[in-house]
Ligand binder design. Structure first.
Ligand SMILES: Cc1cc2nc3c(=O)[nH]c(=O)nc-3n(C[C@H](O)[C@H](O)[C@H](O)COP(=O)(O)OP(=O)(O)OC[C@H]3O[C@@H](n4cnc5c(N)ncnc54)[C@H](O)[C@@H]3O)c2cc1C
Length: 436
């Protein structure tokens, strides 16, 4: 009898694990996803005749795990490498921020602050050892290294945008990884290249789904694993008992804590999972005939701005893919109990659109076509200076139950690349356990 594997979560981690586990003829794999569709945080929705991610997504040249998978799935022709262009909105102006020269011209920051920021970025690009950074906060290191003016105009707004009130707790090791990886994602001395798929990331999700179904994986969407049982290897899925030999949970750590049974070591493990704090993400996507400039990505570094980032997706990918419309994202990380996060879609749209004329005085709401708001409750975890001690083990104290999710990725930022890497690592481990 093949051993039964239950995978909880149909994001990139769960789908990759399903692909690897289903290669083993001694295993029978079922994948349960509570959403109506697969893809998790990288899931798409139909737009302009194709599929677009509900939250902005791209790849870096350094994302080798997902790039290898894309090749294996025969999708390399669908992968486009596009020129990225970045800017910062500050002091009422959009400042290009693509090159060292742009940094030198970045007027909101003092000249010594610009020079110090340039040297700091160069240092982080070439430094290989991140462990010495683990216990320092990015805020303290950057303040010391780049000075007050660079903090006020560049770094503090970025840290606040990503981590809200936790901005001064974030580990410098995480920040090192952001700069180090990004700086090395440049092609042979040219500008930054970002990867995107014809048909969006859904091209990968669909290919994974197709292949794992072909290999016999049973996929149930719209089904939630509500409880893991204490005395037998089984879970409650939509009120029904489902037996397994091994279970892989790929949702947020706090969600696993909620479905674990109580008692002894499990209580300690659940408490450790709950120590990982998450922020939610809200994204407003709109299409328009209006072209709002040349940049793909604009960090909004004004203290009173209601969102963190403005993205003109069709400056990365040709608008022909979306029926000739420009496609925009506005995004913010917010606690899921924050009043802005909880606003009805129409009010959030009104609030964020009201800010846009400050960035683009000619912004013309009448030209906006489609608009969509998406929210994810557990979108970004807080990687503070004792985060290494918080990282949960893959093996839970519940026999046969494993955890693989983005809270185990450190110091790198979470991403589909690391989800693929984690999915592969955990699948190999479960295969070894199952073979015993
Ligand atoms: C705003 C934003 C921007 C991003 N930008 C990028 C980017 O540019 N490039 C990039 O590579 N990555 C990006 N990411 C990160 C990337 O989306 C994630 O790292 C990756 O998708 C995580 O995959 P995962 O499978 O580990 O988790 P998830 O995608 O979270 O999947 C977990 C799944 O488990 C399901 N689940 C949870 N609990 C249960 C349960 N009890 N029963 C059934 N199902 C359950 C959830 O519904 C979910 O679908 C971004 C993320 C966000 C939020």
């Amino acid at each position: 009898m093949p051993k039964k594997i239950l995978i909880v979560g149909g994001g990139f981690t769960g789908l990759t694990a399903a692909l690897r586990l289903s290669a083993d003829p001694d295993l029978s794999v079922t994948l349960i996803e509570s959403a109506a569709q697969l893809g998790g945080l990288a899931a798409g929705f139909p737009l302009g005749g194709t599929t677009l991610e509900k939250t902005y997504h791209h790849l870096f040249l350094t994302d080798t795990a997902i790039l290898d998978l894309v090749k294996e799935l025969g999708l390399q022709d669908q992968l486009l490498w596009c020129d990225s262009s970045m800017a910062i909105f500050r002091d009422g102006r959009i400042h290009p921020f693509k090159s060292p020269l742009d940094l030198l011209r970045f007027a909101p920051c003092s000249f010594p602050g610009r020079l110090r920021t340039g040297f700091a970025s160069l240092y982080l690009k070439h430094r290989k050892n991140w462990r010495g950074f683990t216990r320092q906060t990015a805020h303290a290191w950057l303040t010391r290294t780049c000075g007050r003016s660079a903090m006020d105009t560049i770094w503090t707004p970025l840290l606040k945008g990503k981590f809200g009130r936790h901005f001064d707790r974030v580990s410098m090791a995480w920040f090192w990884a952001r700069i180090h990886i990004r700086a090395n994602s440049r092609s042979g001395g040219g500008g930054e290249k970002l990867g995107y798929f014809r048909g969006g990331f859904n091209a990968v999700t669909s290919a994974l789904e197709h292949e794992i179904r072909r290999r016999g994986v049973v996929i149930q969407t719209g089904a939630t694993v509500e409880k893991l049982l204490a005395d037998e290897r089984a879970a409650i899925v939509n009120r029904e008992k489902v037996a397994f030999d091994f279970c892989l949970f790929t949702g947020p750590s706090a969600s696993l804590a909620r479905i674990l049974p109580a008692g002894g070591k499990l209580d300690e493990y659940a408490a450790q999972l709950r120590r990982i704090e998450y922020l939610g993400a809200a994204c407003l996507i709109f299409t328009s005939d209006q072209d709002l400039g040349d940049f793909y990505w604009i960090n909004v570094n004004e203290p009173e701005a209601p969102f963190l980032v403005f993205i003109q997706h069709t400056n990365l990918v040709d608008k022909k893919a979306y029926g000739g419309k420009n496609v925009y994202y506005l995004g913010a990380y917010l606690p899921p109990d924050d009043k802005t996060y909880l606003l009805p879609d129409e009010e959030l749209t009104r609030l964020w659109f009201a800010y846009l004329p400050k960035m683009f005085p000619g912004f013309y709401p009448a030209q906006v076509g489609e608009r969509h708001v998406f929210r994810f409750r557990a979108a970004q975890h807080i990687v503070d200076t004792d985060y290494v001690e918080k990282i949960p083990d893959h093996q839970t104290p519940l026999p046969g139950v494993f955890l693989a999710n983005f809270s185990q990725i450190f110091p790198e930022d979470r991403g589909t690349n690391y989800a693929v890497r984690e999915g592969e690592t955990i699948a190999a481990r479960i295969r070894r356990e199952a073979a015993r």
